[in-house]
Design a protein. Structure first.
Lengths: 188, 188
DNA sequence: CCTACCGATCGGTAGG
DNA sequence: CCTACCGATCGGTAGG
């Protein structure tokens, strides 16, 4: 589908320049069409942004669900989830960057659909942490805050990670998972 | 100075809308001038952005240096630095948001001046962590990565914190500091 | 510090 | 999917 190609190109352009700095002309050039032709496949720049955010959340949630073993203990679940999440972000850097940094450019209409989905994604993390508190493994006064901290560690990587850098994505993912889990686990 | 007022207004507008979504007209309106009059005090929109980033780094570095006791142990230093940093960000939310999220809108000329300053700021954190590794207090395989993780926890708050929310800034600062330090400290 | 204005570019539409 | 074009707005300047 051409629409998929346009979405991918838009994610790249939005991810590199930011939503408002990117133009429909930039996207048209990336898919080798004229700007006006984009509007046969897409109704507006806003709808394109919303489509990217949907796709990004779909992929990330799907990956995490596929990786999580329901019978594992809370500690292992969080470790697996965190590593999977970070590796998926490294695999789809443009989608991730747009999801995490550009959603504020969404206008009301689309934002009201998106924010609840994003909140549900955040709730997955909070529930994983709550399970670890209930089991007695974690020493943590507030699961919601811990989820924000955990997501801060993971999400912040989109602002600085580049594939050619000193460390590979999976190394970063493991080290961050170790640090976060060490921070959550109870001390004896 | 009127220039200071313009900088403050610009930080607010850039912080709320993002650099490219904000117009010089928006800033003029906020300081009750005509758009053209801004150019008597400021040479360009880019220079405004650069001025905000300078001011933000100046304030944050000054605060941290004032709070740090050189004779304290590494663990206490990091705790104090982290709490001070987060409270300063809560006190200057617009400057902080622009510093952390809008620097990529800087054009080459200004970016080349800014990035080294920002890197030096990051180096402060890495060195604090290295001191803790040397003293034997921290169990951490890579100080640079730990600094990125720590900054992720702190910096990510600019994307979600609002003064009227469930938790106050100083509570968040303390909880994040506890989590990060717990993550860094060696287990016995 | 203002009014008036510039060329460029924006998102989007008409019509085929 | 194209050419041609729209009104609106952009950052910035001229001139006083």
């Amino acid at each position: 589908m051409i629409r998929e190609d346009i979405l991918t190109a838009a994610a790249q352009v939005f991810g590199e320049k930011g939503f408002h700095a990117a133009s429909m002309q930039d996207i048209a050039q990336a898919v080798e069409l004229r700007k006006a032709s984009l509007y046969y496949h897409v109704s507006s720049k806003q709808e394109l942004l919303a489509g990217i955010l949907d796709r990004a959340l779909d992929i990330l949630i799907e990956r995490m669900e596929a990786a999580l073993d329901p019978s594992a203990n809370p500690e292992d679940k969080i470790r697996i989830a965190l590593i999977t999440y970070q590796e998926a972000m490294a695999e789809y850097p443009n989608l991730s960057a747009v999801l995490l940094l550009e959603h504020r450019s969404l206008e009301q209409k689309y934002r009201r659909r998106h924010i609840p989905r994003r909140d549900r994604f955040e709730a997955i993390w909070r529930e994983l942490i709550e399970a670890g508190i209930r089991s007695g493994a974690f020493d943590c006064p507030d699961a919601g805050m811990a989820a924000k901290a955990l997501l801060g560690v993971a999400n912040w990587t989109v602002t600085w990670f580049h594939p050619g850098g000193r460390m590979k994505a999976d190394e970063i993912a493991k080290m961050n998972a170790n640090l976060v889990l060490n921070g959550l686990l109870k001390r004896n």
